[in-house]
Design a protein around this ligand. Structure first.
Ligand code: ATP
Ligand code: MG
Length: 639
């Protein structure tokens, strides 16, 4: 933690914000009903909340349509000529879609889906690169009441097949390929392998992205551009009840087998519409860019549904951050005049490693607000981001949320408050979010004490259940602290009410009876000027139970040496204490990451423990088994 405070706004903002927050918790149903009225409902709800713990239904009886909220609403206004999507492909090709062109594309796409026999209640799997067709298919599904599941285009055939089988997808939408660092990922070939394992899928639609000839199975596979020839230009929106599942999304699987998170339509959209305004202070003229992949929840809520529900202009970029050169992102910000930029700590640390010269070569003065999500951000990376990207001018919103929560839960919210920022702290729970830090018996801990983060009231964006497994939903999230949602994350609430997220509760190393969070260890190492990133893992130890093993990435300009290793050991002993003395410290060039950019813990642990990767866990994670193995071999070679 750091005491540094950035910007010192007045007392009034604090007071007004906490009045609003208190009111939202005292009268949650009134509060959320007021928020819900900001959307267009075909029929108003009969009941704001039906809470049969742990199952919540929001805006019961209300009827609406997600595509209507995100697109139809805007084309009835001047926004029809406003830019909805600035798209940039990795090779440098671009497309600009106004709200009215987006509307046309979605309607024709919905017509294609209908012609293929899809109806309300069916599910479709979307396995696409970051091209405009991805949001177009999502919204077209929503338009006709089809539930979508987006599978990140970096997943293997097996992961794709598992997910399609789990939800019983009727249709798969993919592309001939996708660009990644100048190479073509053969999506259709991977999809073919998956289709062989997924008998539930009847048809496949293939978008022509890379102009590659791919095998097409007659009667099953269809080129999208051929199907469009028979599409009609306008398809009516299908009205759905508020709890109709808009989508099912599998968690990134850092901790275990991916869970099929089911999100509603009404509650989900209300929650995201509101918190997007609060957190990003979005204005009509904003140009908003979230760098996440649409395949993660951040992409669903913060690229597609929330921004478009506001009629915002978004940037969508297909490729890697460092391709063809390290300034690709800064170039995009400059080109489109991005005002609002939202990315992950792992990306910030990657750029930090390469120094500030790259961003300095670009005009980033259009930026007004920065955000991060996905992991706790260490104060060094926060300050680097603040200074070198935001020009010490832009507030940073560090947004804490999960696939399960549907939208942002804890964050600063410049749209409604201007409280001083503390680097490394996410700030405050948003209105309506009853967040608390509790001990093992569920009692709130004292300020400054570490505990488990729970949410004590239902909120509209919360997931409905785990697909096909309501028992697991109950057990995983609700049994530990009856009546409260168990997030699985550690947190501290400081004396001023700021929340500090401290990583997952299951990422703890037990050294001689002491429980040390991997995050705590990693942040201690990163606070040394030579280090840009660190992964902490454990190996079994006959005496201490577990011993600490560190994998360290140095900043450019620093050389690995025994002396530096000793210095880092001394540093961590000083910051955390002698109990944190690592047994081994390895300098490495990169860390194994899941596709969503989080450290692959099981790979670190396998290398640290000198056991085979297969022995650590048979569970799947954000990378395929093969990828985990490759990362394991890479790391083993490096140490
Ligand atoms: P799984 O639940 O399958 O193990 P996952 O938790 O990585 O995977 P996500 O839902 O994508 O899947 O990630 C949510 C988690 O990411 C949170 O529980 C938290 O640990 C971390 N996280 C997200 N945003 C932040 C943030 N701003 N600060 C700290 N941690 C964050
Ligand atoms: Mg999780």
């Amino acid at each position: 933690m750091t005491d540094a405070m950035v910007s010192q706004p007045g007392y009034w903002a604090r007071k007004r914000y906490f009045e609003l927050y208190d009111r939202s918790l005292r009268h949650p149903e009134e509060f959320w009903a007021e928020e819900a009225r900001k959307l267009d409902w075909f029929k108003t709800w009969d009941k704001v909340l039906e809470w049969k713990p742990p199952f919540a239904r929001w805006f019961v009886g209300g009827q609406l349509n997600a595509c209507h909220q995100c697109v139809d609403r805007h084309v009835k206004t001047w926004r029809k000529s406003k830019v909805a999507i600035y798209w940039e492909g990795e090779p440098g090709d671009t497309r600009v879609l106004s709200y009215s062109t987006l509307y046309g594309e979605i309607n024709r796409c919905a017509s294609v889906l209908k012609n293929l026999g899809l109806r309300k209640g069916d599910t479709a799997a979307l396995y696409l690169p970051m091209i405009p067709e991805l949001p177009i298919f999502m919204l077209a599904c929503g338009r006709i009441g089809v539930t979508h599941t987006v599978i990140f285009s970096g997943f293997s055939a097996q992961s794709l097949a598992d997910r399609m089988n789990d939800i019983g997808a009727k249709l798969l939408v993919t592309a001939d390929g996708g660009f990644r660092r100048g190479n073509v990922i053969p999506l259709k070939e991977i999809a073919d392998e998956a289709l062989a394992l997924s008998p539930c899928v009847e048809k496949a639609v293939v978008v022509n992205r890379v102009g590659k000839s791919v095998p097409m199975q007659r009667g099953r596979d269809f080129w999208y551009h051929h199907l469009l020839e028979d599409a009609v230009p306008s398809v009516e929106t299908v009205s759905v009840e508020s709890s109709h599942p808009l989508y099912i999304l599998y968690t990134s699987g850092t901790t275990g087998k991916p869970k099929g998170i089911v999100h509603s339509t009404g509650g989900y959209l209300v929650f995201n519409h509101s918190n997007y305004q609060w957190v990003f202070d979005i204005k009509e003229e904003s140009v908003y860019w979230c760098t996440a992949d649409v395949g993660w929840v951040t992409g669903h809520s913060s690229i597609v549904y929330a921004p478009l529900s506001h009629g915002a202009a978004i940037v969508l970029y297909e490729g890697s951050p460092d391709y063809p050169s390290l300034d690709r992102w800064w170039n995009i910000i400059e080109t489109y005049g991005v005002t609002t930029f939202y990315t992950s700590p792992t990306a910030i640390r990657m750029f930090m490693q390469h120094g500030e010269e790259e961003p300095a070569r670009h005009d980033l003065s259009s930026l007004e607000l920065l955000g991060t999500v996905g992991e706790p951000i260490n104060p060094e990376a926060w300050l680097w981001y603040y200074k070198h990207i935001g020009g010490e001018r832009c507030p940073i919103v560090d947004t804490w949320w999960q696939t399960e929560t549907g939208g942002i839960m804890i964050s600063h919210a410049p749209g409604i408050q201007l409280l001083a920022l503390k680097p490394g702290s996410a700030g405050f729970p948003l209105p309506g979010i009853d967040a608390a830090v509790v001990n093992e018996s569920g009692e709130a801990v004292a300020p400054g004490e570490k505990g488990l983060l729970v949410i004590r009231k239902p909120w509209p964006g919360m997931f409905l259940t785990l697909h096909g497994d309501p028992e697991r939903y109950k057990q995983t999230y609700w049994e530990r602290f009856p009546g409260s949602y168990h997030t699985g994350d550690y947190a501290v609430k400081d004396e001023e009410g700021y929340f500090w997220l401290l990583g997952r509760a299951d990422e703890v190393i037990k050294v001689a009876g002491h429980r040390l969070g991997t995050l705590e260890l990693e942040n201690a190492v990163i606070s040394h000027p030579a280090v840009v990133e660190c992964g902490a893992a454990s190996k079994p130890d006959p005496i201490k139970g577990e011993a600490i093993v560190l994998f360290v990435i140095l900043r450019n300009g620093y050389e690995a040496s025994d002396d530096l290793s000793k210095e880092l050991v001394a540093h961590i002993r000083k910051v955390v204490g002698p109990v944190a003395t690592p047994e081994r410290l390895f300098f490495v060039a990169k860390l194994p990451k899941t596709r969503s950019g989080k450290i692959m813990r099981r790979v670190l642990k396998a290398v640290a423990s000198e056991v085979d990767i297969g022995d650590v866990s048979t569970l799947e994670d954000g990378a395929s088994v093969d990828e985990a193995k490759a990362a394991y071999e890479d790391l083993k070679k490096a140490v």
